[in-house]
Design a binder for this molecule. Structure first.
Ligand SMILES: Nc1ncnc2c1ncn2[C@@H]1O[C@H](COP(=O)(O)OP(=O)(O)O)[C@@H](O)[C@H]1O
Ligand SMILES: [Mg+2]
Length: 276
């Protein structure tokens, strides 16, 4: 596998002229997210290849696919961490393809990562407080009492939402794996997210922890859509209303969970069979 350090996150110059950034903004879209022919190459490798999909506002969508199918790369293209080499990303109708990640965050896009990005020495509460302050307008006015007060209220609400109030004062380094995953979700919920991308939040969890995670995701506010990368078909099918299956960097199939579950091609992939 190529080393990440050999590659730059910069976006190569597009091969074809692209419409001006504001051009698509005028076209109203009811979709939270729309990908139009999105590709990301790493050297000769097409990690994702001509992916088009739409996620409605408030929709809960799972992305399934084997290791290396391109799921995380798809998230990186959406958030701008590794921008697409081709195609367009629209967020609530606005073309954000050229925007840096923080501008997408400002517009209400959030994500979690496959590997943890928590502050291990700080408590659960302090991690959440930092997330709240990082998002808030007054993040540089640390000494303003009123701003601090509303941040503290928001922090307590988040603690409650991700069911970690009982261990709010515990340092993150001594949390169980599942509790860390819950906290990461809490961090992504800070501010006013309009769409959250969860990258395999259930990976490596014990059965009881998975149960807790499923309950947490199901209890998120209905207006807050999310896209969930999940390896375990059973978990995905309990949490979402639409499923997209990726294979070799492309969309193999999209549909409601029942249809995907009973699809012969999808079953073949999950059984590890050759698709031919
Ligand atoms: N930063 C990178 N540099 C080089 N290759 C990468 C990079 N990120 C992903 N890839 C490659 O792209 C393909 C898809 O990877 P990824 O999106 O991580 O898959 P998934 O999340 O579905 O397991 C893999 O072949 C992977 O090795
Ligand atoms: Mg991945």
């Amino acid at each position: 596998m190529a080393s990440v350090s050999q590659l730059t996150a910069g976006r190569p110059a597009p091969a074809a002229p692209r419409p001006a950034a504001g051009a698509a903004t005028a076209l109203a879209s009811s979709h939270a997210l729309e990908l139009r022919g999105v590709s990301r190459r790493f050297g000769a490798l097409r990690a994702i290849d001509d992916v088009s999909l739409q996620v409605a506002a408030g929709e809960r969508r799972a992305i399934l696919g084997a290791n290396g199918a391109g799921k995380t790369t798809l998230f990186n293209a959406i958030t701008g961490d590794f921008p697409p080499t081709d195609g367009q990303v629209l967020f609530f109708g606005e073309d954000v393809t050229e925007l840096p990640p923080y501008e997408r965050i400002r517009r209400g896009l959030r994500r979690t990562y496959q590997s943890s990005l928590l502050f291990g020495q700080l408590t659960v509460r302090d991690n959440l407080f930092l997330a709240v302050r990082g998002i808030g307008r007054n993040r540089y006015a640390l000494r303003r009492a009123s701003a601090s007060h509303s941040s503290r209220i928001a922090t307590e609400e988040l603690l409650d939402r991700v069911r970690l109030s009982h261990i709010a004062d515990t340092p993150v380094s001594s949390l169980a794996h599942g509790q860390q995953r819950q906290l990461e979700i809490g961090m992504a919920l800070a501010g006013a997210p309009r769409l959250i991308l969860f990258d395999e939040p259930a990976a490596g969890l014990a059965p009881g922890e998975r149960h807790e995670l499923v309950a947490l995701l199901r209890a998120l506010p209905r207006h807050m859509g999310f896209v969930l990368i999940e390896h375990d078909l059973d978990i995905a099918l309990r949490v979402v209303e639409q499923v997209t299956v990726m294979h070799n960097g492309r969309v193999l199939k999209s549909g409601p969970p029942e249809a995907i579950e009973n699809d012969a091609e999808v079953q073949a992939i999950y059984m590890g069979s050759d698709l031919g």
